[in-house]
Each structure stands twice: as C-alpha cells, then as structure tokens.
Design a protein around this ligand. Structure first.
Ligand code: URA
Length: 237
C-alpha cells in the first residue's frame, strides 16, 4: 500500500494532508524518515512514527471502553460529554462507532469499532448477542419480579415480549440479568414493567466478553480472542 494511503487509512486525515505530513519529514518507519508519499509499505506488523509518536498499523480497530457516567454515545452530545471525547483525533478520524448504545447514566462495557461487519454482527435485531447487566434497584427485588422478568414483559410501543435469562439477586437491591435484544432503555423499562426502578445500571458483559479491568474512562484494543468472545450469542462463564 502507498505510504500516503496507509496514513489516511489510520486516521491521519485526507490524502493531501497525509502527503504533506510525509513531505514535511514527520513520518518515520524503522527509524528512517520517509519523504515519498507513493513509497510502497509492507503492512505486516508495521509500526511507524508520526512526529515521534509510535503507531501500529491496524486494518480495523476494536475497542473496549469502561464507560463513565455523564457520557452520551452520540457524536453531537447536547447535555453531557460525548464518549468520542475519550479518544484522540487519529482514532476518531477513523470513523469509530459505538456498537449499540448505553444511556448517559449507564456505566460499563461499551465496544467501539470501525468495522461495519462486526458492528452489524453484534447489533442486527435478529442476531443480538447476549448482554449482562448489573443494577441497583430502588426497591428490594422480589421473587415475583424475578419470575416475571424471566417469563417476559411487554414494553409500550414495542412488539413481542421481552424476557431476561440468568436473573440473579446479588443482594436485596442488587440484580444481575442477561438480555438478548437491545431496544431503547430496555433494562430500565423491564424493571419498571415489574414495578421496580433502576437506580444505577452497569453493563458487565457482552457475549462471552466480560468487562476487562479498566478504570472508568479507560479503554483498550481488543485482542483477536476477545473479538471472537464478544460475538458469542450466548453467555459463557
Ligand atoms: N438498558 C437501559 O435501560 N439502558 C442502557 O443503557 C442499556 C440497556
């Protein structure tokens, strides 16, 4: 691949801008400054420097973020921060998207990617992977509420019934459950439908991928194994 095209694919801006970076002597590969934008580069295990900062070539990026409260999953956040503010410009310019959405006040595992097929595989209505949520509730969770959640509840303006699996009471007001769809405010609406209320919501797992050990606001690139784990349609523990 031409050097200028490689830089463009990694989020360094438009082709013209990448050409300029190269001509300015800002780009080095294996310690050698590259000045020809049309030089062919081997992408295999490629690492390169731009203005002294090291980057690894990645065909696509797959990111796990521990989403903090007060961040929206939209690009033009109006009342809160945007989760995209947690990433640098180079990553942002690759066009990363959230894989599904979390509410601004929900914390936990949020995946982001620039791989449209991966995004589709995880969010297509017919293929929704399992997602595990933990929540603190306003009132103690009763046995009746747990069995209603397992049997399925109706949600206004949605067709069909919404059931949770693997519903576990972790403490009086602390519940864990797995859902298999992803409609708007689904967990909060399911809890409201059984007469309780979610006070604090946290996504703990997607498919077989549990939230890695990250501080709120921290993120990592997923390994090939973690990418596969996130695609499992059932939860493996
Ligand atoms: N269900 C909700 O109600 N909110 C979320 O953020 C995710 C699932």
């Amino acid at each position: 691949m031409f050097l200028e095209k490689m830089l463009q694919s990694q989020g360094f801006g438009a082709r013209k801008h990448c050409q300029q970076l190269i001509k300015n002597g800002a780009v080095q590969i294996h310690g050698e400054t590259k000045t020809n934008p049309k030089e062919k580069v081997n992408l295999q295990d490629l690492s390169f420097h731009v203005y002294g900062e090291e980057f690894l070539y990645r065909e696509k990026v797959y990111i796990a973020l521990n989403k903090p409260k007060g961040y929206e999953c939209s690009h033009q956040a109006t009342h809160h921060f945007s989760v995209f503010e947690l990433f640098d410009d180079v990553l942002y310019q690759r066009g990363i998207q959230c894989v599904g959405r979390l509410d601004q006040d929900t914390t936990g595992l949020l995946l982001l990617t620039d791989d449209g097929q991966f995004l589709q595989a995880l969010t297509h209505p017919k293929k929704h992977v399992a997602k595990v949520y933990q929540m603190y509730t306003a009132d103690p969770v009763t046995d009746a509420q747990i069995s209603q959640l397992e049997q399925g509840v109706e949600l206004r303006n949605e067709t069909g019934s919404f059931a949770a699996t693997d519903v576990q009471r972790l403490a009086e007001n602390h519940l864990q459950m797995t859902i298999h769809q992803g409609v708007y405010h689904q967990v909060k609406r399911m809890l409201a439908a059984v007469g309780n209320k979610v006070d604090q919501l946290h996504r703990y797992q997607i498919g077989a991928l549990a939230l890695p050990e990250l501080e709120e606001g921290e993120w990592i690139y997923l390994t090939a194994e973690q990418i596969e784990q996130a695609k499992y349609r059932d939860v493996f523990k």
